[in-house]
Design a protein around this ligand. Structure first.
Ligand code: ATP
Ligand code: FE
Ligand code: MG
Length: 335
């Protein structure tokens, strides 16, 4: 069974063919990062325009690399939401047109379900499962009892972790997206500024990163007023230590409380070296299987959408030509 996946929720135009929901046959991603860099973030109008320019080429390329024609496909899966409305619409309309032209079922996939199912392209999922979804727009802990069953047990109350990374990077004059630059500086640093850890109420699995971000901003401001210049490595390391410590503690505690058999991480910030190391070591100590997909599957891609879409298709969860981009789509279960 071959499923074509399409993803355009933010700033990557992506298409992919996945076999049986587990095997990548082709995976094409056209990134727009260069176009958004000089604005220090994603500009929605520019994103939509790039998607329009790229989408047909990217889909063609994915089919060509897979050496498949449309009649060999079983379904078309597309990111229905959440994301930028203009960006989502390009993917959804391309998927609708493709599905209509080739008489294929259409599957609307939640972007975060996609990030989670990226793991299934590496190893079979085992339930109950805990997923840490940590990206530019999300920081969530999700428990799954079976395929398509999602319970959000904790989420950020303000900024997503990636958002905080990008904002802190900006105050350090690092290019967008700043996450990888902070990560690199933190790795190189031998000292770290002591920033607070934000735990919230006892037992809570929620996160908050805006207070930490403000602490970094205040620290920089105070130094500047005293005429001193900050050590960017020490600031980056201090910020990263705080994020990593809180995320690791909450993820490990959740895994134990919910008695899960497998823990997975997903989303762009799961690429973070400090976080990978800390989580890997913590779960090694707990004796729990912990997986992070390889980098290209952590960030936005269409293989993950095809992977999740295949399971939805198998469950008969297909959409129709009335499908629309849903910018605020909630992560609801398929069962
Ligand atoms: P969402 O999936 O929530 O809609 P998104 O698509 O913007 O958001 P991703 O593409 O999954 O998110 O990830 C991008 C984010 O990951 C950016 O904020 C970027 O700074 C961050 N990021 C990437 N690499 C690293 C790293 N090594 N350390 C920390 N953050 C990183
Ligand atoms: Fe994403
Ligand atoms: Mg992105």
């Amino acid at each position: 069974k071959y499923v074509l996946g399409i993803e355009t929720s933010c700033d990557e135009t992506a298409a992919s063919v996945v076999k049986n929901g587990t095997e990548i046959i082709s995976n094409v991603v056209a990134s727009q990062i260069e176009s958004h860099k000089r604005f220090g973030g994603v500009v929605p109008e520019i994103a939509s325009r790039h998607h329009v320019e790229q989408i047909t080429i990217v889909i063609e390329e994915a089919l060509q690399q897979a050496n498949l024609t449309a009649d060999k496909l079983s379904a078309v899966a597309v990111t229905e939401g959440p994301g930028l409305v203009g960006a989502l619409l390009v993917g959804v309309n391309a998927a609708k047109a493709f599905a209509f032209a080739h008489s294929l079922p259409l599957v609307g996939v939640h972007h975060i379900a996609g990030h989670i199912y990226a793991n299934r392209l590496e190893q079979e999922m085992e339930f109950p499962l805990l997923a840490l979804v940590i990206s530019g727009g999300h920081t969530e802990l999700i428990v799954m009892q079976e395929h398509g069953d999602f319970t959000v047990i904790g989420e950020t109350r303000d900024d997503a972790a990636g958002e905080a990374y990008d904002k802190v990077a900006r105050t350090l004059n690092l290019p967008y997206p700043g996450g990888p630059h902070i990560d690199r500086l933190a790795q190189d640093s031998t000292t770290a500024v002591d920033f607070p850890r934000v735990w919230l109420e006892e037992g809570s699995y929620d996160f908050s990163f805006s207070g930490l971000k403000s602490s970094v901003l205040n620290y920089m401001h105070n130094l500047k007023q005293r005429g001193e210049s900050p050590m960017p490595e020490a600031v980056a390391a201090g910020f990263q230590n705080s994020v990593v410590e809180v995320v690791t503690e909450k993820t490990v505690r959740a895994a134990k409380e919910f008695g899960v058999k497998q823990v997975i991480a997903a989303g762009g910030v799961a690429a973070n070296k400090g976080l990978r190391k800390s989580l890997t070591e913590a779960f090694e100590k707990e004796g729990l299987p912990f997986y992070i997909p390889p980098l290209p599957l952590c960030t936005d891609n269409a293989a993950m959408i095809a992977a999740a879409g295949t399971v939805m298709y198998e469950k008969g969860l297909t959409g129709n030509m009335a499908m629309n981009g849903r910018p605020g789509m909630p992560l609801s279960s398929w069962i």
